[in-house]
Each structure stands twice: as structure tokens, then as C-alpha cells.
Design a protein around this ligand. Sequence first.
Ligand code: ATP
Ligand code: MG
Length: 510
Amino acid sequence: MSTTGLRAGRRRVPPRASAMIEALRGLGYTSGTALADIIDNSISAGAGVVDVTFGWAGQDSWVSVLDDGVGMDDAELESAMRLGDKNPIHDRETTDLGRFGLGLKTASFSQCRRLTVSSWKNAEESVLRWDLDLLAAGDDGGWDLLESAAPGSETRVNVERSTETGTLVVWEILDRLVPKSSTEQDFLELIDRVERHLAMVFHRYLDGSGQDLLISINGKRIAPWDPFLASHPATWTSPPVSIETAYGVIRLQGHVLPHKDKLRAKELEQAAGPDGWTAQQGFYVYRNQRLLLAGSWLGLGKGRSWTKEESFRLARIRLDIPNSADADWKIDIRKSTARPPVAIRERIARLAEDIRDRARKVFAHRGKPLRRTSGDEVGQAWLAEHFLGGIRYRVQREHPAVKAVLEDAGDLSAQVVAMLRVLEETIPVQRIWLDTAEATETPRTGFADQPSEEVSGVLAVMYRNLVLRKGMSPSAAKRQLALTEPFNLHLDLVERLPDLVPEYGDSPSC
Ligand SMILES: Nc1ncnc2c1ncn2[C@@H]1O[C@H](COP(=O)(O)OP(=O)(O)OP(=O)(O)O)[C@@H](O)[C@H]1O
Ligand SMILES: [Mg+2]
């Protein structure tokens, strides 16, 4: 077969439009990632305001994105509607969020069967539309782009324009976004999910620290979600690190979020993020301030890739890459994956290891200082004993409360030691682990939330023993108790202990 105008020995075999687009629908976008792709275009077009509208009308529901960016003239709009309108290997402006020349189409088709785009600039307005149902019905397999809003959709497309330039993207026939059995409640829940996703993906635009951007959904402004709780005084932040590479500078900064005891219930829930604490740990990869990946260990790790674990859930690392690094980082069309190139994996992993280690300590509450400002060690009741096969926990025999009993146990001493061993060998480690991991129930220690009489009662027994039986001076006994767990957390009660006279055989109450 020969095609007119084609050199001999060649055949032109363009893809069949309807089949091709149906296939592209399965790229794996969610409604949130698809809308983010549309908003990327608005940001690249310099928009300051993006209004997203979700209109519920059962099977006739629609979604639109209106921006005040630079807009497109007729030729530019036609080009924008073409699949693969730009070559991914060409350099882009440093602020451009695009790469493949596909997002507008692939993101839209993943959610709807009709995409209408209206754009205006230089006092001219153009409207073009892809309609998958009409493409499928056509028998020549061609790529027929339609030149106006679909009959009945005019009011959705010809909305009031309050800016000189701008673009409106309208999705209709939402077969993926609103499946047949969907209810209005499902639609509202979807809006909530999308809002959380956009608040996360564009938080560095929405918080005013970069290009100013205001995104609203059905008139409600989206507030940014900061994964790093940067303004919280208990958040630990590492110094920023820059890595020079052949394709630009990579920037990293580690964050260890506060232990849950340091957060109010609302803060704790907010900071968890759309997918919850454990899922949201790891690297946050940004490309031109736009979040690509929200929590991933990027396949790093020694030997075996790190997996997401409860104990590292407070670790979140910001990683910035420029769009010149797209190919090396294997950015995909959906802008939801990224893989660090081999040359810098080791360096990134080392930084991550340090952040993970710190995060684990804070999670296990070991971030709490066990030294007082004076530099004196605090006597702990439990010690972690590391050995070749792992770790075990031992009651510290030198703790004053334990020591006192062991010294005075007499005939019972073997039984007391046996009792301690039984307790040590039966610590409900798994149980404590689970309770600690679940955000709602924090196992309480150190007499937390208990009446001060209860603490004073136990404190008084120990104090009496130190002064009246061991002959310690009251001030020395108080000093020791102030440096002994858990009384180091109740210094006011230690200070209020009455001065006793050290006298053997006497036992006044205190
Ligand atoms: N809202 C908009 N305002 C102005 N121009 C736009 C808008 N949306 C799309 N365009 C133009 O259409 C082109 C194609 O957009 P599309 O999202 O399909 O690809 P891309 O953004 O170039 O790359 P990617 O596939 O990575 O998103 C853009 O490069 C841009 O020039
Ligand atoms: Mg795009």
C-alpha cells in the first residue's frame, strides 16, 4: 500500500484515535492526581487564582478548572489539545511544571469522556473539544477535534470571564469520576479527598512562600497542608544540604516531627496527612515546589529497601529537584513517581539514615533528655540491654526503690530476685508497641495524669527509707530523688518533702 506524498518504501501508520485514547485512560490517575495535572498547567501559565468547580447533576455531573493565566490563542489551544504536543526531551522554562505534552489530555480522559477547553487572550476566545463518544462512533479512526461546546453544555463553558486572559477546562460525562451507582454523598466525599490532595501537592504555592497561588473548590479556598509542621517548636529540622549534579542542584532537609504527646489532638490529626502517619513518612520529592511524591523511602536502604514502619513515622525529608533532572529521576506523566539516580543514592541514604534514627528515638520517647541541665545522670528504673541476638529490658537493681527492697529482703531476697526476673521476662513488649503506635492511646508512665497525692505517697516511702533507715541527710536524699525516675518529673513534690531527722529506729510519718 502506498500513501500519497510518502516516499517509496515507507508506510504511515498513525494510531487509531478512539482505541488510542481509550488505552491512555488507564494510566492510573486518581481524581486528585488528575486535577493536580490540570492545575500544573495553570501554574505554568502564571495563574494566581484557580477556581475548581464540582457540579453535581447525577450522571450529568461536571468538573471545571478556571484560571487567570496567560491563556492561549486559537493556534496555541489547538496545539495544546494535541496528544504529544511538545517533545519531552526538549528543555523547559525552569518554572514549567510540564514535561510530556500529554497531561491535559491523559489526566482529563482518565476521569471523563468529554474534554472542552476554552481559552482567551488578545480579546479573542477559542473553544475546542475532544469527545470520546463521537471519536468512537466515527468510522475513519481519525482525530477529530470539535470546535465548540457540546449542545447543552454552553452554560458550563461560557462562564463569566473576569480576567483579560485565562483558560477554562471542563470535564463532562464523568464515567470514571462518577460511576453509575454514585450518590451525591460519594461526590461530596470525593471533593474532600481531592481538596486534601491539592492542599498537599501545592502547599508551597498556597502558603505564599513561592509563586502566589489561590486555589478554591466550589468557592472555598484551599488551605495549605505543611507535611513538616515547620512552625511547631517541637519539630526538629536538619541544616539544609545541597548536592551539585550534572543536571542541577538537589536540595534536602530532614525533619523529625514532634512526639504525639507534644501535639494537641487537632494538630495530631492534621499532621497525619491524607494517608495517615505511617504512610506519610519518608521523602517528599518536589519539582519546582510542586510535590511529586508524598512519603516514600525511594527504594533506598542497605541490602533490603527500607519499608514504612511505625517507628520511623515522624521522619519526613524534603527533597527538591529541578525540572532539568526529570529524565535522571524518571519522572512519569502523572508526576507521581521519581527515582534517585544511582550516583547520589548513597549520599541521600546516609542523610536519611540519620533522620530515621532521630525519628525513631523521638517516637520511642527516648528523645526526652535523661540528663538534667546540671549534667547529672538521672537514675533509670529500666535499662535496655543490647546483646548479639537483640535487646532485652532489665529492672535496674541500683534504682533506690529496688535497691532498698533487695537490701532489706533478708530471707525473701531470692524470691524478690525471682519476681524481678519474671517481670523482666514477661514485659508486654508487643502490647506496649501497638498501644504506642496507635495514635489514640498513649501508655502513661511517670505518674502522668495521676493525682499528686499518689506520687507523694510513693515518694514519701522512699524518702523515709533513705533518711530514717539509711541515715542520709534530708537534702542529700532529696537530691538523689530528684535524680531518680520517675520523681525527676515531679521536682515540685520532691522540694516540698518535710525535713526529717535521720535517726535509726525512729519512724515518724511524713
Ligand atoms: N491552563 C493553561 N493555560 C495556558 N496554556 C495551557 C494551559 N493548559 C495547557 N496549556 C498549554 O498546553 C500545553 C499542553 O499541556 P499538557 O498538560 O498536555 O502538556 P504539558 O503541560 O506540556 O506536559 P505534561 O504532559 O508533562 O503535563 C502546555 O504545554 C501549555 O502550553
Ligand atoms: Mg501539563
